[in-house]
Design a protein around this ligand. Structure first.
Ligand SMILES: C[S@@+](CC[C@H](N)C(=O)[O-])C[C@H]1O[C@@H](n2cnc3c(N)ncnc32)[C@H](O)[C@@H]1O
Length: 252
């Protein structure tokens, strides 16, 4: 386990990186956050490694993991039971980013549910666990998930199969999937959205919807400026804690 000083709020910027580097879960303790890793790795972060007996934390983590409701969906682990009306997305947690426990994933699920209709062509850019492509497919979309990390693609495919939907998953970035798309959803980070802004219009035909998240409140201005410069009009803004999700329309 890797122990960092701070709390979930002060360490929020690190959480995507910790998951990207293989963390299986984060837990807040008084004055610190514990990041559980299956083994020690080089971490570019201030903190220290503490050895824990395997079974203790794995058992505690599984026990404490709660289903997450986001819009019409509930994200559950295979061992959870759920009797609500929500559409169940079953994911084996901890294998890739995208368990629904992060604010950005939840906001993206809510935004997707408002915009996806049967046969909408959806691109999930930075698919991770595949959660957003899976959710879009459950709403009837023709979904494609892409990710620059080839290791997540088989995990996303396995998650989709467990949910009996069949989005296409490809290694790569914006250019990897053949468009045009009606909707693009991307849970990345502010600077990457700014970098990709000139390329976003090419994913669409005449018009479309772009849902961007992974944006910290203090960097929101950068993203809005870059997207407005490309002719996107803001339709909706969501905020959960320090995290922002922006829904744009590409004007025809
Ligand atoms: C924060 S995770 C999002 C996972 C999931 N879509 C969610 O919303 O929970 C970001 C993912 O984007 C991928 N990624 C990073 N840069 C990318 C890029 N330029 N193009 C495509 N994928 C990228 C990472 O490998 C990672 O799996």
């Amino acid at each position: 386990m890797f122990r960092l000083k701070g709390d979930f709020q002060t360490l929020d910027t690190y959480s995507p990186l910790l998951f990207d580097l293989g963390a299986r879960g984060l837990e807040e303790r008084p004055g610190e956050v514990w990041a559980y890793f299956p083994q020690r790795i080089e971490l570019p972060l201030p903190g220290e490694w503490v050895e824990l007996p395997d079974t203790d934390w794995l058992e505690a983590w599984r026990r404490d993991l709660k289903p997450v409701v986001a819009g019409p969906f509930v994200v559950v682990a295979p061992w959870h039971s759920w009797t609500g009306q929500e559409k169940r997305i079953v994911l084996e947690p901890g294998m890739a980013f995208g368990t629904g426990h992060h604010e950005t994933t939840r906001m993206a699920l809510e935004a997707l549910a408002q915009r996806v209709e049967p046969e909408t062509r959806v691109l999930d850019l930075g698919t991770g666990s595949g959660i957003l492509a899976i959710a879009a497919a459950m709403l009837g979309a023709e979904a494609v998930g892409v990710d620059v990390d080839p290791a997540v693609i088989p995990l996303a495919r396995a998650n989709a199969a467990a949910n009996r939907v069949n989005p296409q998953f490809l290694t790569g970035s914006l250019g990897a999937a053949e468009g045009p798309f009606d909707l693009v959803v991307a849970n990345l980070y502010a600077e990457l959205h700014v970098h990709l802004a000139p390329q976003y219009p090419s994913a669409f035909g005449l018009c479309g919807v772009l849902i961007l998240t992974g944006i910290l409140l203090q960097r929101e201005g950068l993203v809005r400026e870059a997207l407005e410069a490309q002719g996107f009009g803001l339709l909706e803004r969501r905020q959960e804690g320090e995290w922002i999700c922006l829904t744009y329309a590409k004007k025809g």
